[in-house]
Design a binder for this molecule. Structure first.
Ligand SMILES: Cc1cc2nc3c(=O)[nH]c(=O)nc-3n(C[C@H](O)[C@H](O)[C@H](O)COP(=O)(O)OP(=O)(O)OC[C@H]3O[C@@H](n4cnc5c(N)ncnc54)[C@H](O)[C@@H]3O)c2cc1C
Length: 385
């Protein structure tokens, strides 16, 4: 499948931008738990984080295929796209379900970088993957909703101006379907923190800036509901296919990064008086990882094309995410093996990428839940939950 000129141009421009932020920059961020504000600012001002925002709201008005190319190249450069990827797909909920006033208020500022919408609050400690059982409640009182509850693993909130929040507005036992009675809000994080929202960072395996959130009578203006009250699950769900495709493209980028690194090292490293890559025991695993990543990349592209055509792409988006996250992990493992002991030295950067790419078999949705989706929704097997 030939790449359109557009994508080649986007890829080259993203590569050039990323080249200014070398791997030592990302190693420093990882060591210090730092947030790469200058990288994010440059990616935004170059227009790459706003590729999906329509031109009428200050963005580039391109599709998920182009957005996927951006994310893939960011990851392939050795960068950690997890610092900024959410804006691309979270923004879609505002775009598709927000009122015209909300779109005019937020989207141009998100496109210009004046506002960051990098955070979404869905996961809760006691309900996890069972999203519709979440317990955070938002009760309407006049012009505001009063929110009480708890979230966990909410990433980048300390580096974001806005967060999309999913909360229950009608108790689960008062709705006919469990997906009803949930509402999505846009939260002004800076205003909320200290006024009913407490944020506690979680020390974790990767530099993802994830936090626990505690809501204690946080007031959110009723005007900040995205879409209709009680229909928030659909608002969030609608963004999920784009999210899966973009995360999958990041995994393809990670996989290609690992294969580039492994191949280069296998050509250079001489042991027993010959390059280690001359041994088929070293070559074959790299070649297999390459084949796996290329196959996953085709599924990512297929899902993105369907998404951009407005066609149903639930199965393809899920398969892309599963195949790409598993392939990138295997490529990372082979890259580690090819580097021998040096794989463990931080200055080689591989161990950091290895940790980062592992996340995507668990978040934003774990492999089992994807298999469950395929089994039940595509293969029509009986529902297990
Ligand atoms: C670094 C990081 C960043 C994150 N960022 C965000 C964020 O910004 N916003 C947000 O809302 N969330 C975020 N998350 C949360 C993430 O989406 C969840 O961790 C993920 O969806 C899995 O939920 P859980 O951890 O509660 O696992 P659980 O739901 O407890 O599941 C644990 C394991 O059991 C399996 N399992 C559970 N039920 C079944 C079943 N019925 N059948 C088969 N297997 C099952 C799962 O597949 C999983 O492997 C983040 C997580 C991490 C680690």
């Amino acid at each position: 499948m030939a790449q359109s000129e557009d994508l080649t141009e986007i890829r080259q421009s993203v590569r050039a931008l990323c080249a200014k932020f070398g791997e030592d920059y990302w190693l420093d961020m990882d060591r210090s738990n730092g947030y790469p504000s200058d990288f994010v600012a440059e990616l935004t001002s170059a227009g790459f984080l706003g590729v999906l925002i329509p031109e009428a709201y200050g963005g580039a008005g391109l599709g998920v295929r182009e957005a996927a190319a951006v994310m893939e190249e960011v990851c392939r450069s050795g960068a950690h796209a997890g610092v900024c990827h959410a804006q691309m797909y979270v923004m879609g909920s505002v775009l598709r379900h927000g009122s015209e006033e909300q779109k005019r208020t937020y989207l141009p500022k998100i496109a210009s970088g004046e506002l960051r919408l990098q955070s979404f609050g869905v996961t809760e400690p006691t309900t996890g993957t069972d999203t519709t059982s979440l317990k955070t409640m938002a009760k309407k009182k006049g012009d505001v909703y009063v929110v009480n509850g708890q979230k966990v693993w909410i990433s980048r909130i300390q580096h974001s101006d806005l967060m999309l929040l999913l909360a229950r507005t009608t108790p689960r036992d008062e709705v006919t379907r469990k997906t009803q009675g949930l509402t999505t809000f846009i939260v002004d994080v800076k205003q909320a923190e200290g006024n009913g929202l407490e944020i506690r960072p979680i020390e974790s395996m990767i530099n993802h800036h994830s936090c626990e959130l505690f809501f204690d009578d946080l007031e959110i203006p009723a005007a900040n509901v995205i879409g209709n009250e009680g229909e928030g699950f659909k608002v969030i769900l609608d963004g999920m296919n784009a999210e899966r495709i973009l995360i999958a493209s990041e995994c393809v980028g990670d996989g290609r990064y690992f294969i580039d690194k492994a191949s280069a090292y296998a050509r250079e490293r001489v042991v027993f008086n010959r390059p280690i890559g001359q041994n088929q025991g070293v070559q074959f695993p790299i070649a297999r990882a390459y084949a796996d990543i290329e196959a996953a990349a085709l599924m990512v592209d297929q899902a993105a094309r369907l998404f951009d055509a407005g066609a149903d792409c639930g199965a393809e988006a899920n398969m892309a995410k599963m195949l790409a996250s598993e392939a990138s992990w295997r490529a990372g493992d082979i890259c580690m093996q090819t580097h021998g002991g040096f794989a463990f030295a931080k200055e080689y950067h591989i161990e950091r990428k290895f940790r980062e790419t592992r996340l995507y078999q668990i978040a934003p949705i774990s492999t089992n839940l994807i298999l469950s989706y395929l089994a039940e929704h595509v293969l029509e097997l009986p529902r297990s939950f």
